[in-house]
Design a protein around this ligand. Structure first.
Ligand code: FAD
Length: 415
């Protein structure tokens, strides 16, 4: 087992994985220093980052439970028991996610979740946060990380021993490992982008069933909406960047309004701020990051999106990052040196993160297209019946979302 007496741990990035990892390591007795480029979110400065809300499922819950924080997170969540499929003609049908009442996924605000995790970490005496510190990567000639204070511009350093990088999909630490030829990376951008819009509350209440993830599948593209605690929904349009039915074609208010009126008339009626939000909100990009070489000796480890960012269509990026944290803790009991631990971690986790990367890409087609198909619906019903009769025959979706005791590689084998 790796003991706290072997020294403290640095974490780069106080996002979802970094803040959870800080709690887990601190509870094991390690002195933890977390460096984050953003301002302290407890001061009321909220940077929503890439998405406003997220679906939390069993793998993520496992990590939160291990850290003893799930009870704090639970009140921030809304259970979603299935996907509500909105067809062209305005009809809506609920397709259940699981076969048991407890098989639900949970909508949670990214900002609230991150704040709660940072609060919980900061309560521990052996965790300190350094906000407003942009990591510039490893200094070119030394084993130290370089940081720039975002307010003063002052440069500082910390020893790279050991440092766990949870600085997200655009990881500066990963860039350093690539520059030193320790890691190689393949980034596969998706040719579809996304934009987030708001479905406001009416009299403080949700205007649609809050206990469902709403989808308007349209074949080549889709709109989805997840509920928020304040009665709103956050809707996300996923659409090709260029070509027929693409962001490129939606240049002015008339284009946008015409597109929504044609493709999503029922949703259009629920988004009164469409025109303003369309031109104010950024067009986000998506992609998969495949890295080989997640670690440098016992000094540096990439974890979460920094090692393996995926597209969001299975709602698993955060869940997988939380599972990384839980698995790292489990493996710490089996190793005596950071270098052996980091090597074994990549060895065990990469086949699983590759598996979820593949399933996440496949699930885009399922969400935007297959859910409309009569054959798909029949097969789904049959799979549910089989699972009810034999609980060991678990469909792929359920393995991913509800069975953290089975690895992603097992889900990939399931149908
Ligand atoms: C549109 C969209 C929807 C999504 N929906 C879901 C979902 O429903 N369910 C799900 O499980 N996942 C979802 N995800 C994926 C999820 O957001 C990520 O997988 C998750 O945030 C990864 O956590 P992380 O801690 O590795 O990275 P992040 O949460 O991105 O955290 C990285 C942190 O590092 C900081 N940082 C970055 N660079 C530096 C630097 N150079 N120096 C210092 N600090 C730095 C950032 O400010 C941030 O705080 C979605 C993603 C998108 C884009």
């Amino acid at each position: 087992m790796i003991e706290p007496s072997q020294g403290g741990v640095n974490i780069v990035g106080a996002g979802l994985a970094g803040s959870l990892l800080a709690i887990l390591l601190a509870k094991r007795g390690f002195k933890v220093t977390v460096y984050e480029r953003r301002a302290d979110p407890r001061g009321g400065v909220v940077d929503n980052g890439r998405s406003i809300n997220l679906a939390l499922a069993a793998r993520g819950i496992r990590g939160l439970t291990l850290a003893g924080v799930f009870d704090r997170v639970m009140p921030l969540t809304i259970p979603m028991r299935g996907r509500m499929v909105h067809e062209f003609d305005g009809a809506a049908e609920l397709q259940m996610y699981g076969v048991r009442p407890e098989e639900v996924i949970h909508s949670v605000s990214r900002a609230d979740l991150n704040r709660v995790l940072i609060e919980a970490a900061a309560e521990l005496p052996n965790v300190s946060f350094q906000f407003g510190q942009l990591c510039l990567g490893l200094a070119h000639d030394r084993e130290v990380f370089e940081f720039r204070d975002e307010t003063t511009g002052r440069i500082s350093h910390c020893a790279a021993q050991p440092t766990i990088a949870t600085d997200g999909a655009g990881s500066a630490v990963r860039d350093s490992l690539v520059a030193r030829e320790v890691a190689s990376v393949r980034e596969e951008p998706l040719d579809h982008d996304y934009k987030q819009l708001t479905i406001p509350a009416r009299d403080g209440k949700h205007v649609m069933d809050p206990n469902a993830l709403h989808i308007w599948p349209r074949g080549g593209f889709m709109l989805i909406a997840l509920p928020n605690l304040d009665g709103t929904f956050t809707a996300t349009l996923f659409l090709a960047r260029v070509g027929a039915n693409s962001f490129e074609q939606l240049r002015n208010a008339g284009d946008v309004d015409g597109f929504f009126a044609r493709e999503f008339p029922s949703a259009r009626a629920l988004i009164p701020g469409l025109m303003r939000e369309w031109f104010e909100h950024p067009q986000g990009s998506l992609g998969t990051v495949y890295t080989r070489g997640w670690h440098m000796d016992g000094n540096v480890l990439l974890l979460g999106d920094a090692a393996h960012a995926i597209v969001p269509f299975h709602g698993q990026g955060m869940n997988c990052a939380f599972e990384d944290c839980a698995e790292l803790m489990r493996m710490m009991d089996e190793h005596h040196h950071w270098s052996g631990l980091f090597e074994a971690f990549e060895h065990e986790r990469r086949p699983n993160t590759d598996a979820i990367a593949k399933m996440a890409l496949e699930n885009y087609v399922e969400m935007r297209e297959a859910v409309l198909d009569a054959d798909y619906r029949r097969q789904k019903k049959e799979a549910e019946e089989r699972e009810k009769q034999d609980p060991n025959v678990i469909p792929r979706y359920s393995v991913v979302m509800f069975h953290p005791e089975l690895p992603y590689t097992a889900a990939l084998q399931a149908r």
